[in-house]
Design a protein around this ligand. Structure first.
Ligand SMILES: Nc1nc2c(c(=O)[nH]1)N[C@H]1C(S)=C(S)[C@@H](COP(=O)(O)O)O[C@H]1N2
Ligand SMILES: [Mo]
Length: 324
């Protein structure tokens, strides 16, 4: 069996999870993906490797979900709660709004742009990005800035693999994520600087924990969770993980982000989970874990959401109170 190694884990084939998981991805992308590939406008002689039809076909053969060493064994949040209690303000500011209204978003065809400080700007169909690397299943703790948390099984591959494909220039120091802004299919409440934008410093974006995410709970992302492509950064507050991304923009300056623009003293650019740095309006020391239990369940918040071993060194010498 052809199983490409991922940069983050050397996975024995015995750990490959049920084939039906990736067949579901496959079915979906074969039904709607062919059209998406067709709209991509790239000069034929300069096709980047993932648009080479031979490689695309091979990647589709291999599209499979493998397990990952970056996985917590804590109790998972039930699918029902993870898909009915969401923040996705484009569809409304209530936690129940995304489940009600995000179904309207059409996620195929879906075009992704790579712009800014890169060797060559790119326009890609999401299915080519999806098939570029085998997906890993990673069960991550997720901590929202509003002091609730979930444990969610995501499917994706390290964003670093996609960034390497994008060939950023050495001068690029940050990557910005821009979400879709669709006036017909989203509600886009008044008073926010749409499109939703977020960003990471390049070392954070290249950290193997940062996941380019296409699925959760063994299926393609539900729209309310950010279909068809989002990022997940498990040591940061949830709002850093932009949903329904249409653009990756590489830059040498710290990019503006929607929440930092709106309330810079409440939402910093870094937004690392830190129980010692309170939000100006509430404590960050504890979190309400949303799991299968019926009773409210409050647990202490961990530094970097429990991912210190993987990420603390990136912030050595930085004042995390000032750089909140
Ligand atoms: N485009 C976009 N991305 C977004 C948001 C948003 O409002 N719009 N909300 C963020 C916040 S605050 C959180 S906590 C997570 C929630 O992700 P989930 O609904 O999959 O748990 O998405 C983040 N990504
Ligand atoms: Mo959040």
């Amino acid at each position: 069996m052809l199983l490409r190694k991922s940069s983050s884990a050397d996975v024995p084939s015995s750990q490959i999870t049920s084939r039906s998981v990736f067949e579901r991805f496959n079915r979906r992308s074969f039904l709607t993906g062919a059209a998406a590939v067709g709209v991509v406008a790239v000069a034929a002689e300069k096709l980047p490797p993932i648009l080479d039809p031979r490689i695309s076909a091979r990647a589709a053969d291999q599209l499979q979900v493998v397990s990952s060493k970056y996985t917590t064994t804590e109790n998972q949040t039930p699918f029902f709660k993870a898909t009915n209690y969401n923040n996705f303000y484009e569809f409304g500011t209530d936690k129940s709004d995304p489940a009600h209204y995000a179904g309207k978003l059409q996620t195929r065809p879906w075009t992704i742009q790579v712009t800014g400080m890169v060797k060559k700007p790119l326009t890609l169909g999401v299915d080519d990005v999806l098939k570029y690397r085998p997906l890993e299943n990673r069960i991550y703790r997720m901590r929202c800035v509003e002091a609730w948390s979930m444990v969610i099984p995501w499917d994706g591959y390290s964003l670093s693999e996609f960034i390497n494909f994008c060939q950023p220039l050495p001068s690029a120091k940050f990557v910005q994520f821009l979400s879709d802004e669709n006036k017909k299919q989203m509600r886009l409440p008044f008073g926010y600087n749409w499109p939703y934008s977020e960003g990471l410093r390049m070392d954070e974006a290249m950290n193997p924990l940062t996941l380019l995410t296409f699925g959760c709970y063994g299926q393609a992302l539900p729209n309310q969770n950010g279909a068809p492509i989002r990022v997940v950064i498990p040591w940061k507050y949830g709002f850093k993980g932009a949903k329904s991304i249409v653009k990756f923009h590489f830059t040498d300056k710290q990019p503006h982000t929607l929440w930092n623009d709106m309330a810079p003293d409440e939402y910093g650019f870094y937004s690392n989970v830190n129980p010692q740095v309170d939000h100006p309006r509430w404590s960050q020391a504890h979190e309400r874990r949303i799991d299968s239990s019926f009773l409210p369940h409050t647990i202490p918040t961990q530094m970097f959401n429990g991912y210190s071993d993987q990420v603390a060194s990136m912030y050595a010498g930085m004042n995390l109170k000032r750089n909140y």
